[in-house]
Write a protein that binds this ligand. Structure first.
Ligand SMILES: [Zn+2]
Ligand SMILES: [Zn+2]
Length: 444
């Protein structure tokens, strides 16, 4: 069985790369993954999977950080023009870009595999040194670039679907392939969790490719994802003539400025790491008008959910006080969020054992990233129900810079930068590893 898995994966290697490059070229950011998700659904359906899509797997009220309706519609139209699957596009319209493929074969546990599909809302490098430019798969979509590797996750999810279908007769249980929208900004997972997608999952696997780790370097159970809250803040004051009647104005810019300085002054917490950041501030309308509006784009984080709540509560207190000080109205809009999560040692150990059997891996020591992961919502749900979850990190550095040799960090194509690119050999490695882990759980 194990030999044939390698052989089966080898046969689809070219398809994996072609798919990754196709998703890369038509990059779509969070909640706008219409083309991507529609093609995923079509492929799963053609392979013989039971497919759930759109509102069947996304709860409307729990979609966070949704773009405006006109943006969603324009992206939907773009997906139609760029060859999305018409039948499934109709189900996804309006930003319901989640897809689940189910393979049901006999009685046994359910294994879920999460693949995220969104790009970043940023421009990709147009440099001649950038391989996607050289080889013609640089993003053609404005302000959308796969600079976190989710194009690879989507492609390897489809590869996994194909291989598992080929090996269906050796499966006793269910496989649920979960294609998630809007991971960036931790906005999408919650809506799939509340739609019940994870409620029957006994084992959950998520895999992320990383630069800075070479091919074969693997972390079978990442943890220490920071809990986080993302929010926009609107201060509304009263405009007035800055020379004639400044006393009649309520200055929203000052309220925002005072708030920003004091957000960074929130006391540290003795129990662990906390973060606060204001990433954007916009205010005012004109030189001689007391600014009536100000907007902040901000986030808080904590090493665990309690610390995150502490930071968020303190932030709200600061914002309310600043608004009060300048007589402004305040609105805080939640834009995203994720709990903290830890991988289960048992499942991570299983992944490590299977990786050892497969060969060619080097297991990395646990590291705390300080980052947040939307997968945490799904992990939490599975763990609450007594299931196990793990987040796998897989090395995919294009230039072979190892974690142990990060002195030359310049050469690492860091995630979320315009030059990001990966070693595509990681696709086949990931499919083989995930296939083996799934079969280790539900194989006969
Ligand atoms: Zn990312
Ligand atoms: Zn990512």
């Amino acid at each position: 069985m194990t030999e044939s898995t390698k052989a089966i994966v080898a046969k689809i290697e070219a398809q994996l790369i072609a798919d990754r490059r196709d998703f890369h070229r038509y990059a779509e950011s969070g909640w706008e993954e219409f083309r991507t998700a529609s093609l995923v659904a079509r492929r799963l359906s053609d392979l013989g999977y039971q497919v759930l899509a759109g509102r069947q797997v996304i709860r409307d009220e729990d979609r966070m950080g949704l773009p405006p309706a006109e943006v969603l519609e324009a992206s939907w139209q773009r997906a139609v023009a760029q060859g999305g699957d018409r039948e499934y596009l109709d189900l996804l319209r309006g930003g319901f870009t989640g897809v689940v493929g189910i393979l049901d074969h006999g009685t046994g546990p359910t294994v879920g595999v999460r693949c995220d599909m969104d790009s970043l809302a940023m421009a990709e490098s147009q440099s001649e040194a950038h391989r996607p430019v050289q080889e013609g798969f640089v993003s053609v979509n404005e302000n959308a670039a796969h600079t976190c590797g989710h194009d690879a996750h989507t492609a390897l999810g489809l590869g996994l679907a194909r291989v598992l279908m080929t090996l269906k007769s050796s499966i006793q249980g269910r496989v649920k392939l979960i294609f998630q929208p809007a991971e960036e900004g931790v906005r999408g997972a919650k809506s799939m969790v509340s739609a019940g997608v994870l409620d029957d999952v006994d084992y959950l696997l998520g895999l992320h490719v990383f630069t800075g780790w070479t091919l074969g370097e693997i972390h079978p159970g990442m943890g220490g994802f920071a809990a986080t809250e993302k929010f926009d803040v609107l201060f509304t004051g009263v405009p007035a003539h800055a020379g004639g009647n400044p006393q009649e104005g309520q200055n929203a810019l000052l309220a925002a400025a005072v708030a920003v300085l004091n957000l960074y002054a929130i006391s540290r917490h003795g129990d662990g790491a906390t973060r606060v950041n204001v990433g954007q501030m916009q205010a005012g309308i004109s030189r001689n008008v007391i600014p009536p509006h100000a907007q902040l784009v901000a986030e808080t984080r904590g090493a665990n959910s309690e610390l995150s709540r502490y930071m968020h509560d303190q932030a709200v207190r600061v914002l309310e006080a600043a608004a009060e000080m300048y007589g402004c109205d305040l609105e805080i809009r939640p834009m995203g969020g994720a709990p903290s999560a830890e991988s289960d040692d048992q499942l991570a150990g299983r992944v490590a054992r299977v990786a050892g059997e497969m060969g060619g891996f080097r297991i990395l020591e646990p590291t705390e990233s300080g980052g947040s992961e939307d997968l945490a919502y799904m992990m939490q749900r599975v763990q609450e129900r007594g299931g196990q979850a793990t987040s796998i990190g897989l090395g995919a550095d294009l230039y072979g810079i190892s974690q142990d040799a990060r002195v030359g960090r310049d050469a690492v194509l860091n995630a979320h930068t315009p030059e990001f690119d990966i070693d595509e050999r990681a696709l086949g490695v990931a499919v083989e590893l995930l296939t083996r882990v799934v079969l280790d759980i539900v194989g006969v």
